[in-house]
Design a protein around this ligand. Structure first.
Ligand code: ADP
Ligand code: MG
Length: 241
């Protein structure tokens, strides 16, 4: 089993007699690569991330992270960093201590964790902001802190659920450059859920198109646009909102 993330025939239903959120999704994201998941609202994008992260258990099928079947493995032991649309930061901690938090949980000293955190704050270009309170940050800065915090735990896999959708277009472009920097510096395997086709094309190696809980196509950006596997894919790529 290779590194990266591998879903095999994954299904997920919530409760009884409901339309399944995921049906037989098989998806391989190679180690160090970036796949963007595109699809309409309610198509199962977040559910894919949640079953990889262990926030939801699968109803059927298997999930491998870095070659390990993670069934029953607690979320915090899966080596995964998560960033959501709205950053969940600790309002009572400074910027630096927010980033240092996950390292502290690992048992490191306060000074060691702060040095470690400073490195990731530098990476997201907030090196001078460590002493500030969270409340003093803009939305884009908060999102960068959330990314630094996720990275500080040294995850092999980074899962991003519409992380930039609340930001204005100029800031979103900065975030795309930041992801490039993160990829060059750390080479995590990245799965990015987005509504934004241009964002997917700008940052990802591959796009996974999902509709009604089914994966329609997972392919290079170029092939998704020029060799869509079905009219549904071309329609979704032409008319996502
Ligand atoms: P997306 O992220 O693509 O908008 P989701 O993965 O959040 O879609 O949801 C996929 C489907 O699963 C939707 O129909 C949604 O209502 C349903 N769903 C997601 N989470 C839950 C839950 N905790 N309980 C019940 N239904 C859920
Ligand atoms: Mg979602």
């Amino acid at each position: 089993m290779s590194a990266g993330v591998l879903l095999h025939e994954v299904s997920k239903s919530f409760g009884a007699a409901r339309t399944p959120a995921l049906t037989g999704v098989t998806l391989a994201v190679a180690d160090g690569s970036c796949t963007a998941i595109l699809g309409p609202s309610g198509s199962g994008k977040s559910t894919i991330l949640r079953v990889i992260a262990g926030l939801d258990e699968v109803s059927g099928g298997t999930v491998h992270v870095d070659g390990v079947d993670v069934a029953g493995v607690p979320s915090e032991q899966r080596g995964i960093g998560l960033v959501f649309q709205r950053p969940l930061l600790f309002p009572h901690l400074s910027v630096l201590d927010n980033v240092a938090f996950s390292h502290r949980v690992g048992g490191a000293s306060r000074a060691g964790s702060r040095r470690h955190a400073q490195h990731y704050l530098d990476l997201v270009q907030l090196g001078g902001f460590g002493g500030r309170p969270i409340q003093a940050l803009s939305g884009g800065q908060e999102q960068r802190v959330a990314i630094a915090r996720a990275l500080a735990a040294a995850p092999r896999v980074l899962l991003l659920d519409e992380p930039f959708s609340a930001l204005d277009p100029a800031l979103r472009e900065d975030m795309h450059l930041l992801l490039d920097d993160v990829r060059s510096a750390l080479s995590p395997t990245i799965i990015l859920v987005t509504h934004d086709r241009e964002e997917a094309a700008a940052v990802a190696d591959r796009i996974a198109v999902i509709h009604n809980g089914a994966l329609l196509q997972h392919d290079t950006v170029d092939r998704i646009y020029h060799r869509p596997a079905s009219t549904r894919v071309s329609r979704l790529m032409g008319g996502l909102n």
